[in-house]
Ligand binder design. Structure first.
Ligand SMILES: [Zn+2]
Length: 500
């Protein structure tokens, strides 16, 4: 079955991981004379025209201890053949190189200990027609005349983190007029050395092109970055993104009482292959990269909001499981929070918010697999779009329902936000993710715990359908049914703006 790539991805980066970026203008090899140097030194070179990136990697190798590198992350965007992009073009004399194509592994045996180098190229040519844009243009390196876009796991090699501790990279050759953005150090120039921890090898996004547009927004003490391209002649994407920086990001940080607010970037760039309206993206620790075709619309806006929101639910707050059985929380609760913030900031009108609720109710109650148990999600998520969408739908609906129950039960004193803050506080006392028991325990301050336990078990885990005939909603909503499918209307009793 054709996989559906109308989706976005977020990599899970746990709290406590921080980027360490140091600028240095010293020679990358100056400090590398001893065995104690545990850094990988990358130098990138691109002529601005060809589809090939040249990479020189310097590192310290040990006699009798082979160095292992891996290339590519095929599970990201279904790039099963990504290893074909890499070509080894040179190494230190007397090094013996063995390549295991199946494992995407490069094994290098050294005749003696000392400074070593490895040269390789990455072919980033456009490989497919526009119908595969979503998979290929986000998850493969894209290198074409005047344009270079890549996630870092497509240009760095994965190395053993017990051997190597840092990555240091810089560009030795780029056309002079190109504009450059690296999410690892947004203020850096290509010639600067940027240093990051080896654990962050896969979290960087780099975009280089003549028409790159970067706007900076000082928010608190941090700088946020909006990265777009003048290649898009349909949308003024900088203008489209402005509300995220001026409204959404401050509002969602307030929602979570989050004072950290490290720097953040949104990179929203058109596909190189023009084609039908589509978009895809990948959430990174400190930002989100989206690629798209077509007009900027509420669907694209909702995607960006959803991915920003994963900074909290999905990254800081995740329920421990063996597979995707709690994806309803990670995706659905997240979706409710981001849609809620969009409405709270006025980026979605009250009517558009109600439409989103109704669209989700309608899609869920007509989903052919709506009664599937939560433990079947892992098995079918990547194979069947109905399963893929199920946790988003049922989690959103339960979050909406729970928000209403908490508000009614507390006569308007508490909302879902209070419950989520309680959960986050619990998470912050633990060294691991919360459990489903922590979820129901946290609810006990707002609702009878046994009721929530039963609901989670019935509706979220075992696939029974929440019956809105008997569910009470706050005065701002009225529930109606058409062909047995629930939908809400906004009442005049309380305007939604007073509720959010
Ligand atoms: Zn998501």
């Amino acid at each position: 079955m054709q996989l559906n790539w109308e989706k976005t991805f977020h990599l899970i980066f746990k709290p406590g991981i921080v980027f360490l970026f140091l600028f240095s203008l010293t020679s990358p090899l100056a400090a590398q004379e001893t065995q104690t140097d545990r850094s990988l030194y990358y130098q990138f070179s691109w002529d601005g025209k060809s589809s090939v990136l040249e990479v020189n990697l310097d590192y310290y190798g040990l006699k009798n201890t082979p160095t292992h590198f891996f290339y590519g992350m095929p599970e990201m965007g279904n790039q099963v053949n990504i290893f074909h992009s890499l070509k080894i073009t040179g190494s230190t004399e007397d090094d013996l190189i063995r390549i295991d194509t199946n494992k995407r592994e490069i094994i290098i045996s050294h005749k003696d200990s000392g400074k070593k180098h490895l040269h390789y190229t990455i072919d980033g040519s456009l490989t497919s027609p526009a119908k595969h844009n979503n998979a290929n243009e986000q998850f493969r390196p894209q290198i074409a005349k005047g344009c270079f876009y890549s996630l870092s796991f497509n240009i760095f090699l994965k190395a053993d983190s017990s051997v190597f501790k840092n990555i240091v990279y810089r560009w030795t050759r780029l056309p002079s007029k190109t504009r450059y953005f690296s999410s690892a150090a947004p203020a850096s120039e290509p010639v600067n050395n940027v240093k990051l921890k080896i654990a962050d090898w896969d979290k960087v996004y780099i975009a280089i092109e003549n028409k790159l547009q970067t706007t900076t927004y000082p928010i608190g003490e941090k700088i946020y970055y909006a990265v777009t391209s003048g290649r898009d002649t349909t949308n003024d994407m900088q203008k489209c993104l402005k509300p995220f920086f001026q409204q959404f990001l401050p509002a969602i940080a307030d929602f979570w009482n989050d004072k950290e607010r490290g720097y953040y970037f949104l990179s929203v760039l058109p596909f190189l292959n023009s084609g039908k309206d589509s978009h895809t993206g990948v959430g990174l620790y400190n930002g989100f990269s989206m690629r798209y075709n077509g007009r900027y619309d509420t669907v694209k806006m909702e995607t960006i909001a959803h991915e920003i929101s994963h900074r909290w639910i999905g990254n800081k707050l995740t329920i421990q499981g063996t597979g995707m059985e709690y994806a309803w929380f990670e995706e659905g609760f997240n979706d409710y929070v981001d849609t809620y913030i969009l409405a709270k900031t006025g980026m979605l009108s009250a009517e558009q918010f109600a439409d989103y609720v109704n669209k989700t109710l309608s899609a869920f109650y007509q989903n052919p697999v709506r009664e599937a148990k939560a433990d079947s999600i892992t098995k079918y998520f990547w194979k069947n779009g109905n399963y893929e969408r199920l946790p988003y739908q049922k989690g959103f609906i339960y979050a909406f329902y729970l928000d209403n129950q908490i508000r009614i039960n507390s006569a308007g004193k508490y909302t879902l936000r209070d419950f989520l803050l309680r959960l986050l506080a619990k998470r912050n006392t633990l060294s691991t993710d919360i459990t489903i028991n922590d979820f129901t325990e946290a609810s006990s301050s707002f609702l009878p715990k046994s009721k929530v336990e039963e609901e989670v078990s019935r509706y979220m885990q075992n696939g029974q359908l929440l019956d809105f005939h008997s569910a009470r909603l706050i005065d701002a909503y009225q529930i109606n049914f058409k062909d047995g499918i629930p939908f809400i209307t906004l009442t005049q009793r309380i305007p939604l703006s007073q509720v959010l």
